[in-house]
Design a protein around this ligand. Structure first.
Ligand code: TXA
Ligand code: MG
Length: 347
């Protein structure tokens, strides 16, 4: 595998690296690249065998469709038909950025990208390296997150390296991702528009353009056996450290007391807490993912923290989760899925 260490301060070197990576994509290879949300594992979305190799490298179930990454709204017209007027307004407002739109597919991308659905998810990432790579490749890039299927999404090149070293052709290192959780996936084919996955763009922001937009039920709860997930990705366990995770809700004093009790039961307890919790957790394998009221930092640090926790050799992880709000939805959704929906309420 070729690892290209990007030098942000050396634009000449950077352009050269991006052109080399684009050539690998055009030749059917796999390139991991930074986006503002998480690192993506890219292949030419028009090349069936290249797209198939994404699924092999990740160990990803074949029926879980991929997002096609494009440079801007103009590129959308070739990929989708019956584009609703709301799509244009959303793109004007949020692209490039962390919003993926599910639209009617024009059938241009390889069938492996859409997993056999008649819809396609499309997004224009804001990261300058991602933008340059798409433009240089000259094709839409199919890209899931660049992690092994099931493990936390990668927010640094080192995470990609740990998961996919030896399985891909190139890794572009753009430093840590600024958003840290994946894009919001908004289904514009359903009426009203539905958020299938909360992310960098919130429901309230989307409602400025689509006032009737709603969350899909699978965003905040486990689907019952008889319900089918609208987004195939929703039915898989995700983002999970190998160690079992429980979300623990309640005030800080009860949380600290709870942890001390659990330490009598388990010899190796780990905690994912807030900055404010750490002084009260001396002697505990605890890490923080940010101050309780800084949703931007909690999102940015969450996946990296889950990876670190997995290296603690703990038997069980207890995690603090922000209260439900428009801005906390993405963090809560990822934590709930990391925890397999296991949640304890302290009173
Ligand atoms: O931020 C992101 O979106 C990152 C970066 C790399 O761009 N990508 C990403 O891709 O998170 P992935 O494959 O890990 O997640 C794509 C999600 C999955 O939950 C998938 O089921 C859903 O989008 N999806 C893709 N196409 C769909 C479609 N046609 N209908 C419904 N859901 C779809
Ligand atoms: Mg993923």
């Amino acid at each position: 595998m070729e690892t290209i260490l990007q030098s942000i301060i050396d634009p000449v070197k950077q352009i050269d690296s991006i052109e080399r990576a684009a050539a690998i994509l055009r030749a059917g290879g796999l390139v991991a690249f930074p986006t503002e949300t998480v690192y993506g594992l890219g292949a030419n979305a028009l090349d069936r065998s290249a797209v198939r190799s994404i699924f092999e490298a990740k160990g990803r179930p074949q029926d879980n469709p991929l997002i096609a990454h494009i440079a801007d709204y103009e590129d959308l017209k070739a990929l989708s038909t019956n584009i609703p007027s709301q799509a244009k307004a959303l793109c004007d407002r949020f692209w490039p950025g962390p919003l993926s739109l599910v639209l009617r597919s024009a059938g241009l991308v390889a069938p492996e990208v859409t997993g056999g659905l008649d819809t396609v998810a499309v997004r224009s990432p804001a990261h300058p390296i991602a933008q340059a790579l798409i433009r240089s490749a000259g094709v839409p890039i199919a890209a899931p997150s660049a992690n092994l299927s099931g493990s936390p999404s990668p927010t640094e090149a080192a995470h990609v390296w740990a998961d996919l070293h030896g399985r891909i052709d190139c890794l572009l290192d753009g430093g840590p991702c600024s958003v840290g959780v994946e894009s919001t996936v908004l289904d514009l084919v359903s009426d009203p528009p539905r958020i299938l996955r909360p992310g960098g763009v919130t429901l309230d922001q989307i409602r400025t353009i689509c006032p009737d937009a709603v969350y899909d039920p699978a965003v905040f709860r486990k689907l019952d056996a008889h319900e089918t997930a609208r987004s195939p990705g929703m039915k898989y366990r995700h983002y999970s450290p190998k160690t079992p995770v429980y979300i623990v809700d309640g005030p800080q004093n009860l949380f600290v007391q709870f942890i001390r009790e659990k330490m009598k039961e388990y010899s190796r307890v780990a905690v994912l807490g807030y900055d404010e919790d750490l002084p009260f957790l001396s002697g505990v394998r605890a890490i923080s993912y940010g101050p309780a009221d800084r949703m931007d930092l909690l999102a940015k640090n969450l996946f990296s923290a889950l990876r670190t926790l997995d290296q603690f050799d703990a038997q069980i992880i207890f995690a603090r989760c922000p209260e439900r709000s428009d801005r906390s939805a993405a963090v809560e959704n990822r934590l709930m899925r990391a925890a397999g929906h296991q949640r304890i309420q302290l009173t």
